[in-house]
Design a protein around this ligand. Structure first.
Ligand SMILES: [Zn+2]
Length: 250
């Protein structure tokens, strides 16, 4: 009975899809930071923009394989005008925005994943229905972004408590920890985004262990799939995942 219900739902869905000819897949924006002459961080031979694109491509593949529609802000090593980037994101139908920044950190001890969400700012009003001026981050949007970061972080096995690097503006009711991997901090890639958005630092290019880990393509694919699962949790979307092979004893 369950199977026939599924087939019925499936055919209704297919019919609706064909009739309306509209892409009903949930949309995700993936924003690989920097590009072209803007290299982002550098450490020895490691260049941030290259890592960002590589990981964004894996994410794009993983999201598409799981029924999402993906909008990438850049798909090659192009210079990306920040106004154009912001516009692309804010005029999209995306439910969530993931901005990828493989960061550097001076002590070399910080490891990924790490998450940044833009703090709420005072120019934002509490009124949910009013149209916010560009750059106004409401408390509502802040909490949606924070929840998104935590849903993803949880799937990646990260400590999702608030980092003590955080800005005080978003910390009401939060416990900060030096080991926390979620920071509430102003970020150039989030400042003007009007949707739930998070900067994800999959790895730090200053961390030998991160570089070793992400040197394997299976690690990138595994990371990407977990991000998809975290976003799906956040959006209440039930995934039909392929049988996992990673970690199974041979
Ligand atoms: Zn960056």
């Amino acid at each position: 009975m369950k199977t026939s219900l599924f087939i019925l739902l499936l055919s209704v869905f297919s019919w609706g899809f064909a009739q309306a000819d509209v892409d009903t897949r949930p949309q995700v924006v993936i924003d690989p930071g920097h590009g072209g002459s803007d290299t982002g961080s550098k450490e020895g031979s490691e260049v941030e923009k290259t890592w960002n694109l590589k990981i964004a491509e894996a994410l794009s593949k993983a999201f598409e394989a799981n029924g999402y529609q993906v909008l990438m802000t850049r798909t090659s090593d192009d210079d990306l005008d920040s106004e154009k980037r912001i516009n692309t994101i804010n005029t999209s139908n995306a439910k969530v925005v993931l901005s990828i920044h493989a960061d550097r950190e001076w002590t070399g001890t910080q490891t990924g994943p790490f998450f940044v969400v833009e703090p709420p700012n005072q120019s934002a009003t509490a009124d949910v229905d009013s149209i916010q001026p560009l750059g106004a981050i409401t408390a509502l949007q802040y909490h949606a972004s924070l929840k998104l970061a935590r849903n993803i972080g949880q799937k990646l096995g990260a400590n999702i408590s608030m980092s003590d690097l955080s800005d005080s503006r978003g910390l009401a009711g939060e416990v900060v920890s030096p080991n926390g991997k979620v920071a509430c901090l102003p970020h150039q890639s989030l400042r003007y985004i009007s949707k739930p958005a998070v900067v994800i630092t999959p790895l730090f290019i200053t961390s030998a262990s991160d570089l070793k880990k992400f040197g394997e393509s299976t690690a990138i694919d595994d990371f990407a799939l977990k991000v998809v699962v975290g976003v799906s949790d956040n959006l209440g979307i039930v995934l039909k995942l392929p049988t996992p092979t990673a970690g199974v004893a041979k």
